[in-house]
Write a protein that binds this ligand. Structure first.
Ligand SMILES: [Zn+2]
Ligand SMILES: [Zn+2]
Length: 319
């Protein structure tokens, strides 16, 4: 499996601010001066050695990720604004001529997880088939409402593609068996209005995507005795919207702190954890600090096996 992150911001799309941009440029120029950089041919090598917070931006698009199976079939998770650039890329393939088949899993219908769909170009092309895998029997209605007057100029009904809904059996939590022995399981999360985590299993590897979710010490204990859904994941992309201090101010808002996310990863014996659904008010510098705090928390917990990553647009993982 290959996993790619297209949108990692929570709640609201958040472009990098001019102040942040200026601060990054200043820091890069200062490092260049300190390094005595004066040869254009050495700029590329210099940039590749910059710390991540200067070399990259975390990105402002809301939730969207792709899972590509061993045989090359792509599954999209959520339609946040990150699905727009994905759609532009897909238009270069069969989707551009109405021969595309798209598979989309929906975690829930909060705006930041469906707001990119009206800008996903493949849905407008007749002939394309869009398969929605969803736990919600009101899925079509949610899409229609989002694209109705006065909120959007085109209606969902008028988009040219064919939509098919595959409703997940949430009562029995029946696993989906897809092509290439890919098995998909799902699990309800604590979040206002509900949200579902997905687990993709193939070739003995487990990928779990879990946002939006509020984990606390208490819920972690409760889950521990009820399910093995999260355990031993090779890769876990987990909600970690807040710092620990902010999470105390936002109890029951449905999101997890960075340090609690690390606790989850350790408790579930996860190999790699990716912290995502970044708070829109946090700058890249703040996110870098949160990342360092997460690493420090892991160290203080005495764990040396969990790998921690801060989610960034364009990040890919191979399992
Ligand atoms: Zn969200
Ligand atoms: Zn939500």
């Amino acid at each position: 499996m290959e996993i790619k992150l297209w949108g990692v911001r929570g709640s609201l799309s958040s472009p990098t601010s001019n102040d942040d941009y200026a601060r990054k440029v200043y820091s890069i120029l200062k490092l260049a001066m300190d390094a005595g950089l004066n040869d254009p041919d050495k700029i590329k090598g210099f940039m590749e050695k910059l710390p991540d917070e200067l070399r990259f931006i975390y990105g402002g698009n809301t939730t969207c990720a792709t899972v590509t199976s061993g045989s090359g079939t792509m599954y999209i998770i959520d339609c946040g604004s990150g699905i727009r650039p994905l759609g532009d890329e897909l238009m270069n393939g069969p989707c551009g001529s109405g021969k595309g088949v798209i598979n989309i899993f929906i975690t829930h219908n909060h705006w930041d997880h469906i707001q990119g769909l009206p800008f996903f170009r493949p849905i407008y092309v007749p002939g394309n088939i869009i398969n929605f895998y969803t736990p919600y029997n009101f899925q079509d209605e949610a899409f229609r409402k989002q694209m109705s007057s006065p909120f959007f100029p085109a209606t969902f009904e008028a988009t040219g593609s064919t939509k098919k809904y595959h409703f997940l059996d949430t009562k029995n939590r029946t696993q989906l068996k897809l092509e290439d022995d890919l098995v998909v399981d799902f699990y309800p999360l604590k979040h206002p209005g509900g949200s579902f985590a997905y687990r993709f299993k193939q070739g003995g590897k487990n990928f779990v995507f879990a946002t939006d979710a509020e984990f606390t010490g208490e819920t972690l204990e409760q889950i521990g005795t009820k399910t093995h859904f999260f355990e031993d994941a090779d890769l876990l992309v987990l909600d970690s919207q807040y710092t620990l201090d902010d999470s105390f101010l936002k109890i029951d808002w449905g999101h997890t702190s960075n340090t609690m996310a690390v606790n989850c990863g350790i408790r579930w014996n996860v190999k790699n954890i990716v912290l995502t659904h970044h708070e829109p008010a946090y700058s890249d510098f703040k996110l870098e600090k949160n990342f360092e705090d997460a690493l420090e928390h892991k160290k203080n917990s005495g764990n040396d096996s969990l790998n921690i990553y801060m989610a960034r647009e364009g990040m890919t993982f191979k399992l």
